[in-house]
Design a protein around this ligand. Structure first.
Ligand SMILES: NC(=O)c1ccc[n+]([C@@H]2O[C@H](COP(=O)([O-])OP(=O)(O)OC[C@H]3O[C@@H](n4cnc5c(N)ncnc54)[C@H](OP(=O)(O)O)[C@@H]3O)[C@@H](O)[C@H]2O)c1
Length: 281
């Protein structure tokens, strides 16, 4: 058994690779720049170059592995159809795909198409349909929290089913190591509670000991401020889009598949804030 982990430098892939490494499962971490990854993460990982927009990187990445943790990165001209065809030719035994909660209602997004393509490839799969990542607070929401003590995003008063990406990684790693048990299964992974951003700000205030506010900007205000601050306009649109279901009250559903797969309760947002406190101080 050897597992290719894509998106290693991202919010989920990193934890998938570490979960597998902790359990001594042979793993290859796919990155676009091997030298940079080695300099940052050290020699404790095996790296291979993989760029989904560059077909010439596919063969080597698929060499000597038989399972894949697959994520869909930002960007354009990504050749997942070719990648999946090559994976099928090479006899890949299982793909665990990082998908999105409620994807079945969203035929216009890439995850919908990806799930269809993976099924069509006949490679056994697990779809991990994820709720809203807690780790977004350490990522694109971090700068405003740290510098201006505010959660600045246009999510209205809606509640979101937050999930810790470490929990997503745990389910993904289990599905890749116990493939018979998780073959062709779909798991919807969320935490145990849906919160609005006012409640998240209150929790952050309590844990960090610094007053954090949720300012609930309008979409227009959010886009204007972010683009004026130099953030790429396309990315700003993506972030605004991610929060639209929350604003519309459609993101609050909780599922208990994490408990079903692991036998444990999912990580609470309080625990996540405590663990990553240093990100915002
Ligand atoms: N954020 C959420 O709340 C949420 C919720 C549900 C589902 N999702 C889904 O989760 C996925 C994102 O996962 P993430 O947050 O872990 O990732 P991320 O933190 O956004 O990082 C992106 C990763 O993709 C890699 N990458 C970028 N372009 C690439 C390319 N052309 N070829 C190969 N790798 C490339 C990056 O590697 P480099 O180091 O090479 O840049 C990096 O590892 C998306 O599909 C998103 O829809 C997100």
């Amino acid at each position: 058994m050897k597992i290719l982990v894509t998106g290693f430098t991202g919010k989920v892939g990193f934890w998938v690779a570490n979960n597998l490494k902790y359990r001594n499962i042979p793993t290859v971490c796919a990155v676009r720049n091997v030298e940079q990854a080695m300099a940052k993460y050290g020699s404790g990982y095996e790296f291979v170059r993989l760029d989904f927009s560059d077909i010439s990187t596919f063969d080597e990445a698929l060499e000597r592995v038989d399972r894949i943790f697959l994520m869909y990165p930002p960007g354009q001209h990504l050749h997942f159809d070719v990648f999946l065809e090559k994976a099928r030719e090479k006899g890949i035994k299982h793909i665990t795909y990082l998908s999105l909660k409620d994807v079945q209602f969203m035929p216009f997004i890439h995850h919908y198409k990806m799930e269809k393509w993976i099924k069509k490839s006949k490679i056994p799969y697990t779809f991990v349909r994820a709720g809203y990542f807690m780790q977004n607070l350490s990522d694109f929401l971090c700068k405003e929290i740290k510098e201006r003590h505010r959660i600045f995003v246009s999510a209205g008063n809606g509640k979101t089913s937050f999930v810790d990406t470490r929990d997503l990684a745990e389910v993904s790693a289990l599905s890749l190591t116990e493939i018979a048990k998780h073959r062709n299964q779909i798991y919807v992974i969320t935490g145990n509670e849906a919160l609005d951003f006012y409640e998240v700000a209150a929790l952050m205030t309590e844990v960090l000991g610094v007053k954090i506010e949720y300012t609930n900007p309008s979409i227009k205000e959010f886009k204007q401020y972010m683009t004026q601050s130099g953030v790429d306009a396309q990315f700003v649109n993506v972030v605004a889009g991610i929060h639209m279901p929350t604003k519309l009250g459609l993101a609050k559903g909780i599922k208990h598949d994490y408990m079903k797969v692991t036998g444990k309760n999912p990580t609470t947002i309080r625990q996540y804030i405590e663990d990553f406190k240093q990100d915002w101080l």
